[in-house]
Design a protein around this ligand. Sequence first.
Ligand SMILES: Nc1ncnc2c1ncn2[C@@H]1O[C@H](COP(=O)(O)OP(=O)(O)O)[C@@H](O)[C@H]1O
Ligand SMILES: [Mg+2]
Length: 332
Amino acid sequence: IRYWSPAAAAITGLKADDLVGRQAAMALPGWGDLLDGVPVSAQPGPAARDATLPLELGDRELWISVSGVQFDDGVVYAFRNLTEERALDALKSEFVATVSHELRTPLAAIYGCAQTLRRPDTQLDSRTHERLLEVISQECERLTRIIGDVLLANQLDAEQLRIEEEKFFVGELVTEVVEEMHASLEAHERIPIAVSMPENLGHLLGDADKIRQILLNLVDNAVKYSPEGGRIEIAVERQERGLRIAVRDQGLGIPHAEQQRIFGKFYRVDPNLTRGVGGTGLGLYICRELARHMDGRVSVMSKEGEGSTFVLDLPLAVARREEGAGVASGAD
Ligand SMILES: Nc1ncnc2c1ncn2[C@@H]1O[C@H](COP(=O)(O)OP(=O)(O)O)[C@@H](O)[C@H]1O
Ligand SMILES: [Mg+2]
């Protein structure tokens, strides 16, 4: 190595002083393996196509786009760092893979039901008929939810979200969430959801839709990750500076090492479905981001095998009595 540019030093983190004067293959351990794949053109000018290759640097790996030009006294190699682009590409293909898998399952069910309903040779009794239509409508709802999650995650990324402020009653909101949850479950899948709430909660000011969405996601997870059943509790509490809603389950729990990562986009503890439940890994990402947009947060306490508690904290103001004249009664 005769020359090592500052840009090369910045990309690799290796300093010119440590490299210049040494054999390339010795100074850069991964260089020898990479060299065969690098196109070298005979003269400067519009270069041969770059090759995108991994460069091993001891404990790290960089993806670089690299090409060379042959001069009388050596080869000049130019390279660009593509590591981040690669990571982004990986995230994109992961996204496409999870989302298409998640979309395909309900689609297959809808298609199957529709085919059965259309068969001319079998006479379905009215209960089966009704049942098949019910599956179709449930699976359509599931598709709608998945697409809604994807679009919402996209809006959150683009920071395009608007937070509204309206007067609402938490008790009503929690009841709606429980009802919606129960409606989406088969009778035999029902799992008791207990709600505890102080009497004199009053009306609050905030974005009820966003809060409902967070709760739905948390309760959905609580049900989904409690394969053995158990009990789910939603506890609403007034805090000094707002509202706290805890969703507690007695399900699988989450290993300590995963407790931060589960809030990441597309992150799932068990992506290979060994536990048999599907999902996009967007739910908690959406919860965390929605809460953040409302200056609140979602946190988790859990022990593997012993259930989980997700806590939503939001700094919500109490609605003044006169602001809500005519809206719901008796709760202030
Ligand atoms: N209540 C819970 N109990 C156990 N694990 C949970 C719970 N909630 C979330 N998780 C874990 O966190 C991961 C991410 O959750 P989420 O973002 O809602 O995605 P999804 O439900 O689509 O997998 C889940 O895949 C699951 O492994
Ligand atoms: Mg989820």
